[in-house]
Design a binder for this molecule. Structure first.
Ligand code: EPU
Length: 358
């Protein structure tokens, strides 16, 4: 009789958390109704690999959901929805030239900004109160008040959604642009959209700290308060106050922040437009092109405060579309198209949506 025994049982890995027929209403900041047939909660790189090995869902198309603050659900997603819930924040390195901090992709962006300031590592204050998660920040290279994520970016970790391999990408590999990155482009376009899931982001906060104050709204705060050398905490408070005055809080009024990108036109095109509309708000870019304020264009077409069904244009900032209560994704898309058409009709400019429309 054999005396061989079974190998000692290894502790089995925790099972994947999978919800069936899950409502996505609380998982998108516009508060749009949609249902995921399958919703998988991802808390680690290993969870992604477990999902890829799953007999039913492993090879299915996938939709990565961060804080849902840059997403318009126009219908139920025909994909397995991955909700990124990777947590954690830590100081990775304290170098003479910078603090390097790391945060899990599922952390709330604003909480990380506030935490770095509390720890005495300033540098993110201009990006306070931007809704959404850390993992979504590089996807659209979030930016506000003269600073973009790319200006504070060190590297990120992501998992390949086909092979399950973990990779680290630097800024070059992320190909950041204005509200743009490699994660917004399809494979056909050399991009990684739908191909990888960001799990952790590392930020570089330069030492010594220097304020970023060029933006008009911040200059106004400086002259109002008489402070010529505000510290990072003061800038954080100013940015929060400016945003609260202009932008709706998604916890109260569903929205995704700016709905359209500010269009960039050539200097000739801009001269043409200024000839017809001398008031147009525009900013010259370093390469000679000109960025136009999409909010101004939409406002000039008379959209501020208007609605299509239960989707509307915010009263205090025409670049922001809002949920007036119970809006459907289709209503938002109809409103967005109507705005695009009227801006094109009057100015000959095509506005490009900032959020991903599913
Ligand atoms: N304007 C109008 N009418 C409006 C809205 C704006 O005339 O209804 C004019 C303003 O008076 C101002 C100009 O347009 O002269 C620009 O407006 P604002 O300074 O509010 O900034 P924005 O261009 O509308 C951008 C970002 C915001 C970011 C702010 C501050 C984009 C698409 N949006 O908005 O980002 O917070 O600058 O840096 O680049 C976001 O991406 O979700 C977002 C909120």
């Amino acid at each position: 009789m054999s005396t061989a025994s079974w190998p000692a049982a290894r502790p089995s890995p925790p099972a994947l958390a999978i919800d069936r027929d899950a409502s996505l209403r609380d998982y998108n900041s516009f508060g749009l109704p949609a249902t995921a047939r399958t919703l998988v909660h991802i808390t680690s790189d290993a969870d992604v690999r477990r999902l890829l090995a799953h007999p039913e869902h492993g090879r299915a198309p996938k939709l990565v959901l961060g804080g849902g603050s840059n997403l318009i659900l126009s219908r139920d997603p025909q994909a397995v929805v991955l909700r990124v819930e990777v947590r954690g924040r830590r100081l990775v390195a304290e170098r003479p030239d910078a603090w390097i901090v790391e945060a899990g992709a599922g952390e709330r962006w604003h909480d990380v900004v506030a935490w770095t300031l509390d720890q005495g590592w300033p540098g993110l204050e201009n990006l306070a109160l931007i809704p959404g998660t850390v993992g979504a920040a590089p996807v659209q290279n979030i930016g506000a008040y003269g600073l973009e994520l790319k200006d504070r970016f060190e590297s990120l970790d992501a998992v390949d959604l086909v092979t399950g391999r973990s990779v680290t990408l630097d800024a070059r590999a992320c190909a950041f642009g204005y509200r743009d990155s490699v994660f917004k482009h399809d494979a056909a376009d050399g991009g990684l959209a739908g191909k990888s899931l960001i799990t952790r982001v590392r930020l570089r906060l330069p030492r010594p700290w220097a304020p970023v104050l060029g933006y008009l709204d911040l200059e106004r705060k400086m002259s109002e308060s008489g402070q010529t050398a505000p510290d990072a905490r003061t800038i954080f408070d100013w940015v929060c106050a400016i945003r609260r005055a202009k932008l709706p809080d998604p916890a109260q009024i569903g929205n995704v922040g700016s709905f359209f990108k500010n269009p960039i036109v050539s200097a000739e095109q801009c001269r043409d437009i200024i000839g017809r509309d001398p008031e147009i708000v525009h900013y010259p870019m370093p390469d000679g092109s000109v960025k136009l304020a999409a909010g101004w264009l939409i406002d000039a077409c008379g959209w501020k405060g208007k609605s299509v069904g239960r989707a509307g244009v915010y009263e205090r900032q025409a670049l922001v579309l809002v949920n007036r209560g119970g809006a459907s994704g289709a209503e938002v898309v109809t409103l967005a198209r109507a705005i695009q058409e009227s801006v094109y009709g009057r100015f000959g400019i095509r506005l490009e949506p900032e959020p991903v429309i599913v």
